[in-house]
Design a protein around this ligand. Structure first.
Ligand code: PEP
Ligand code: MN
Length: 387
């Protein structure tokens, strides 16, 4: 898919005239909770001498009502104090025109649009209209659902309102299956966004992808290895007592240790062949890892289907089902420019493994073997189908 756009003409950080460059480090608490919490956290971040931007959510989109929804406009003077006392640029999330108006009036330096707002074109348009004529930097988080067009569409709406300093933030996607992370990283999305808009700065928010302190470092390193533009990390002076996202926030000391442990790629890789090759190899490694994760998830589901068939005493092999899977996949292979022979071979291998996994489920369970019709008890072969 080619996502080039007439409307979006991204410019790199170094041309934002704010003294920013890659990798950009943004840090601060999930939510601004109190003046003391904001100022103490900001001073500790500033003392590390690495981050240039202080983030804090003033209006918090919460999944369920009754949770802490942020300090709101009351916290704007706290951000002003952060700027005056540390020199860090300040940044907050806006979801409505009122948030924009209040933030602009208080001199907040940068804004971000959250993952629950990006997918709603009405909300994004409302923000774009409120921002018309004010060229403040705006970072757009990916929509919670994996839809590249919505992400691009939000950036385009802002660009059409005259904003030029635009960047994206990859924060992972909600996923219905169990994943090792709070939000599935699905790196192919930031990769495709970068491929469509090479100049667009695409940051990573490893905090919301990982969902836990333990997994945050690995995600942050992957983002840097992929050449993303920087990191937005949730840092709180006392994470265990944070009023939102307590599991994933780092205290300032742990944040410093994280930055020390990460390997930062060269800010601007030389154009040498070796670098280019390495970049492409990194992308391939990343995609292979995702293919492996997806295969693992697929086999787990195949086993669940095996359980289900066992419970209902149904045969593993279901030829019509397999035929319909293959028809679909061969159709997709055409759209994706893959050779049908390759897709056939790949799917056959998947099929064999699925049969093996489902047979495993059945043979573990002697009562089914006993109850089965003899023609279903034969060993599975590729002439049939399953699932
Ligand atoms: C946040 O950054 O605190 C936040 C709410 O993020 P997201 O919109 O990515 O969930
Ligand atoms: Mn958060």
């Amino acid at each position: 898919m080619n996502a080039t756009s007439e409307r979006l003409h991204p410019i790199p950080f170094k041309d934002w005239h704010l003294g920013l460059d890659r990798p950009l480090l943004i840090a601060g608490p999930c939510s601004a909770e109190s003046e003391e919490q904001v100022i103490t956290t900001a001073k500790a971040i500033h003392a590390l001498g690495k981050a240039q931007v202080f983030r804090a959510g003033l209006w918090k989109p919460r999944t369920r009502p009754g949770s802490f929804e942020g300090a709101g406009i009351e916290a704007l003077p706290w951000l002003q104090r952060v700027k005056a006392e540390t020199g860090l640029l300040t940044m907050t999330e806006v979801a409505t025109a009122q948030h924009v108006e209040a933030s602009l009036k208080a001199g907040v330096d940068m804004l971000w649009i959250g993952a629950r707002t990006t997918p709603n074109p009405f909300s994004v348009q409302e923000l774009a209209d409120a921002l018309r004529g004010v060229d403040i930097p705006v970072f757009v988080k990916n929509p919670i659902n994996p839809d590249l067009q919505l992400w691009i569409g939000a950036l385009e709406r802002l660009a059409s309102a005259g904003l030029t300093r635009l960047a994206a933030i990859h924060r992972g996607f909600s996923w219905f299956e169990r994943t090792p992370y709070r939000n599935s990283p699905m790196w192919e999305f930031p990769i495709r966004l970068k491929a469509a808009f090479p100049e667009l700065e695409v940051m990573c928010d490893p905090s919301h992808i990982a969902g836990s302190r333990e997994k945050l470092g690995g995600i942050a390193q992957q983002a840097l290895d992929l050449g993303l533009s920087g990191l937005m990390v949730e840092v709180h002076r006392d994470p265990l007592n944070a009023r939102s996202d307590a599991d994933q926030q780092l205290d300032p000391i742990a944040y410093g240790a994280l930055l020390d442990s990460l390997i930062f790629r060269q800010a601007s890789p030389t154009a040498g062949m070796q670098d280019r090759l390495q970049e492409l190899r990194d992308l391939i490694d990343q995609i292979d890892e995702e293919v492996a994760q997806k295969l693992g998830a697929r086999m787990e589901i195949a086993e669940r289907i095996g359980d289900e068939k066992r419970a209902q005493n149904v045969a593993i092999l279901q030829p019509q089902r397999w035929e319909s899977i293959m028809r679909r996949m061969l159709g997709l292979s055409q759209q994706l420019d893959l050779s049908p022979a390759f897709v056939q071979e790949f799917m056959d291998a998947i099929h064999r493994e699925s049969i093996r996994r489902q047979s495993g489920v059945q043979s573990q369970l002697p009562e089914v073997q006993e109850a089965q019709d003899p023609k279903h008890a034969q060993s599975p072969s590729l002439s049939g189908g399953l699932e």
